[in-house]
Ligand binder design. Structure first.
Ligand code: NAD
Length: 269
């Protein structure tokens, strides 16, 4: 498949671009920043929140053959003001979806987040794809809105749109919570490839974690799309130090993002 990967210079982007290329996909990178030295595939420097810039990238790409999909990883991975979050996640997704409709690109895979449902109590039991939106931060609000936009474009335009609610994408789990929420590098690539290649998913949500022994997020929606995780955070459990925050971080899905340290005005910066 010919795939445009936004946020290609980021922590997810660097791993996903290389992984997809190794699996034989024709990758094109896009980021605000230049391609890292030695990048072996095409690269566009552009701001995904700038609809004209995004359209120009799609127009340039249309001369080089059909684009099959967009993997949208560009965006702030942390909490900021509500306007900044909406720009980073909703406006960027809108600009990409508009360009996809205009250029007949049929599939979007999006790096959504567990923080879209981060205020869900763990005591509610296994977290399924049917959990209602329950964001823990303005970051989570923006992920909810980006998912809603994907659903609208799936319904209106028939775009296949897979929202991957990612847990903690790291080389190794870094906290006790991470023993449940970890997504390994290898599984991250497997997840994105499954979301890219599943036959006709329509709008779908999956939880982006590895096959962690301590997982309590439902892996079934991902498995239905062909995502078979292979790694388990438990293999690293003896290297994870307990912390005084572990208990409070275990109460709600979003862990630290769902705690009071993030309570701040929506428009206050
Ligand atoms: N890392 C995680 O554990 C995790 C978990 C859940 C969700 N996510 C989501 O995955 C995505 C990527 O996260 P990451 O950890 O790789 O972040 P990152 O900050 O490492 O990388 C993001 C990349 O996107 C680029 N970027 C940001 N805004 C852009 C824009 N408007 N136009 C073009 N490029 C832009 C940045 O330059 C950067 O290279 C984010 O949407 C984040 O919310 C990440």
């Amino acid at each position: 498949m010919r795939v445009l990967v936004t946020g290609a210079a980021g922590s997810l982007g660097r791993v996903v671009t290389v992984g997809l290329a190794e699996r034989g996909h024709d990758v094109v990178g896009l980021d605000l920043v230049p391609a890292p030295d030695g990048t072996p595939f095409a690269w566009h420097e552009a701001d995904c929140a700038d609809a004209d810039a995004v359209e120009a990238v799609f127009a340039a790409l249309s001369t080089g053959g059909r684009l099959d999909a967009v993997v949208h990883l560009a965006g702030l991975p942390e909490e900021a003001s509500l306007p900044d979050e909406l720009t980073s996640h909703v406006i960027t997704t809108a600009a990409l979806l508009d360009a996809m409709v205009a250029h007949r690109v049929p599939r979007l895979v999006y790096a959504s987040s567990n923080h879209a449902v981060g205020r869900t109590p763990r005591a509610d039991g296994e977290l399924t794809e049917h959990a209602l939106p329950r964001p823990d931060t303005y970051y989570g609000v923006a992920k909810v809105a980006a998912e809603a936009l994907m659903r609208l474009f799936a319904d209106r335009h028939g775009i296949d749109a897979v929202a991957c609610r990612i847990g903690s994408f790291l080389e190794e789990p870094a906290s006790v919570r991470g023993l449940s929420t970890w997504l390994s590098h290898g599984d991250g690539v497997r997840m994105v490839e499954a979301a890219l290649t599943a036959p006709a998913p329509g709008f779908a949500v999956l939880y982006g974690i590895s096959a962690n022994t301590r997982a309590w997020w439902d892996l079934e929606p991902g498995r239905r799309l062909g995502y078979e995780p292979e790694d388990d955070a438990e293999d690293f459990a003896d290297r994870v130090e307990p912390s005084p925050d572990d208990e409070v971080e275990a109460e709600l899905v979003g862990g630290p993002f769902a705690t009071e340290q993030f309570h701040r005005p929506a428009l206050g910066g």
